[in-house]
Structure formats: structure tokens, C-alpha cells
Write a protein that binds this ligand. Structure first.
Ligand code: NAD
Length: 260
């Protein structure tokens, strides 16, 4: 379905991004993987995707805090593969602390990686998409792009910002064959969530088991973590022609959390 197309997936060395990259490769798209891990560590993943799906795969270690590195990543992908047709803004980090104790450097990093990087990738990739009259931009927001939780001020602010950016970009390019949507997952048990369990336990003064049962899955009526494969499948659908009229949407995949 995506033969000849090229996708950049930011933050795709782990978790949700890696599954989305695999799902797009399975459909025939060339893939640019991105993340903060050393290239040598990612090499087996690069080789694995190439061999399994017969697509072009490149790793770019651009730091999503740095607009210049982001621009180089997008132009490098265009140079290597000829186009960037699909952009998945997925890189993200988290920090859990009361707002009046929130470390300023963590606030700045979360806003840069979780929100501003999507602006920088989008502005770099859009001219090519406009020229070709086709593009898919998928922003990994969160249920926290729609509702808040305590102790996650930077993350909630950034994810609400991503939903706003998604709507604005969608309106600007609506007549040019380009869609822009946000996926808003509930809790997915990736390394990002594993790290939050002890931090949330400390912030709330409860045990780690209570965090999983009473904080995370309490918010999710299905009482199960979302699986990354569910997000990969949705990303593939958003890249299909059947999704041509879906744009500017913030799509919850949250086990009913935001239906509360
Ligand atoms: P993860 O921790 O498993 O992966 C994060 C990825 O981001 C890694 O590939 C890492 O290398 C990359 N990254 C971190 N800092 C970076 C930087 N400065 N520059 C470039 N890459 C960087 O996380 P995940 O759980 O798979 O989350 C992926 C996205 O989904 C994030 O935007 C997150 O906010 C969102 N999300 C996650 C959940 C969840 O429950 N896991 C829920 C809703 C939304």
C-alpha cells in the first residue's frame, strides 16, 4: 500500500514509534528511524527491518530539542529516498512532579521534544508534500492532549499544544492532499510508562502496584494497557486513501478513558 513512499518516525527506537515504523515498513514504506540511542545500538533494528520488509531504512540520531538537527534529518531523508511523504511525530519524554516543584530544565525539554519538534519537522517536510500533492502527518499526542492529570503539567501542556498544532496544520493544507491527525493513546506499557510508575508512586505517596491499579488503569475502563500494535494499525489506516477525508482529528485510543 505504501510502496515507494518514505516515512520519518521520530522517537522510533523504542515503544510506540518502533511499532509504527514496523507497521509502515510492512506496508512497503521506506523508513527513517530516529532516537537518542547510539547508532550502533539501533543497527540491528535497521538491518532487521530492511531484511524483513525489503524497504530502505536509515537511522538519524537528530535530537528533537535542536531545530537545526531536525531540518538536517528531513533534508537528509529527502536526499536519500527522494521524498518524505509520511511524518510521524512520536518522540516524547515525561516527568512527574507537582507544578511548583517542576524542574525548569525538564519543562523546557518536554515542551521542546513533545511539542516544538512537531512544528520543526512539519515546517521542514511540508514544502515537499505540497509539491507532490500528497502527505500524511500523524502526531502522537495522548489522552493527556484532551484531559489533564495532576503532576504532569509540562506533558499535558505539550500534548494539548500538539492537538492544537494538528488542527491548525490540517486547516492550512486541507486542499493539498495532505492530512494531519493526532492519535491520543491512553496508557501503553512502554519504557516511558515503566519509568513513571516509581515516580508517580513517590509523588502520590502510594505503592507501585497502587499506581498501576488505582492511577493508570483506573482511568481506563477496559482495565488493560493499550497495545502498541493497535497504534501501528491506526497509523497505517491514516496513511491509506480511505482516510483521505480524516484530518484535524484527535483520535482517542484510550480504552474509554476520555469518555468519562
Ligand atoms: P518510549 O520511551 O518507549 O520511546 C521514546 C522514544 O523517543 C525513544 O525512541 C527515544 O529515543 C526518543 N527520544 C527521547 N528523547 C528524544 C530526543 N531528544 N530526540 C529524539 N528522540 C528522542 O516512549 P513511548 O511510550 O513509546 O512514547 C511515544 C510517544 O507516545 C510519546 O510522544 C508519548 O508521549 C506518547 N504516548 C505514550 C503513551 C504511553 O502510555 N506509553 C500514552 C500516550 C502517548
Amino acid at each position: 500500500m505504501l510502496n515507494g513512499k518514505t516515512a520519518i518516525v521520530t522517537g522510533s527506537t523504542s515503544g510506540i514509534g518502533l511499532t509504527i515504523a514496523e507497521s509502515l515498513a510492512e506496508q512497503g514504506a521506506n523508513i527513517v528511524l530516529n532516537g537518542i540511542e547510539p547508532a550502533a545500538q539501533v543497527d540491528p533494528v535497521v538491518q532487521g527491518l530492511k531484511e524483513k520488509w525489503g524497504v530502505g531504512v536509515q537511522f538519524d540520531g537528530a535530537d528533537m530539542r535542536d531545530p537545526a538537527q531536525i531540518e538536517t534529518m528531513v533534508s537528509g531523508a529527502e536526499g536519500e529516498f527522494g521524498s518524505v511523504d509520511i511524518l510521524v511525530n512520536n518522540a516524547g519524554i515525561q516527568n512527574v512532579a507537582p507544578v511548583d516543584e517542576f524542574p525548569v530544565d525538564k519543562w523546557d525539554a518536554i515542551i521542546a521534544i513533545n511539542m516544538s519538534s512537531a512544528f520543526h519537522t512539519t515546517r521542514a517536510a511540508l514544502p515537499g508534500m505540497k509539491k507532490r500533492g500528497w502527505g500524511r502527518i500523524i502526531n502522537l499526542a495522548s489522552a493527556h492532549g484532551l484531559v489533564a492529570s495532576p503532576f504532569k503539567s509540562a506533558y499535558v501542556a505539550a500534548k494539548h499544544g500538539v492537538v492544537g498544532l494538528t488542527k491548525t496544520v490540517a486547516l492550512e493544507v486541507a486542499e493539498q492532499g495532505i492530512t494531519c491527525n493526532a492519535i491520543c493513546p491512553g496508557y501503553v506499557r512502554t519504557p516511558l510508562v515503566e519509568k513513571q510508575i516509581p515516580a508517580t508512586a513517590e509523588a502520590r505517596g502510594i505503592t507501585e502496584e497502587e499506581v498501576i491499579r488505582d492511577v493508570m488503569l483506573a482511568a481506563q475502563p477496559t482495565k488493560r494497557f493499550v497495545d502498541t500494535s493497535e497504534l501501528g494499525a491506526l497509523a497505517v489506516f491514516l496513511c491509506s486513501e480511505a482516510a483521505s477525508s480524516m484530518t484535524g482529528s484527535a483520535l482517542p485510543v484510550d480504552g474509554g478513558w476520555t469518555a468519562h
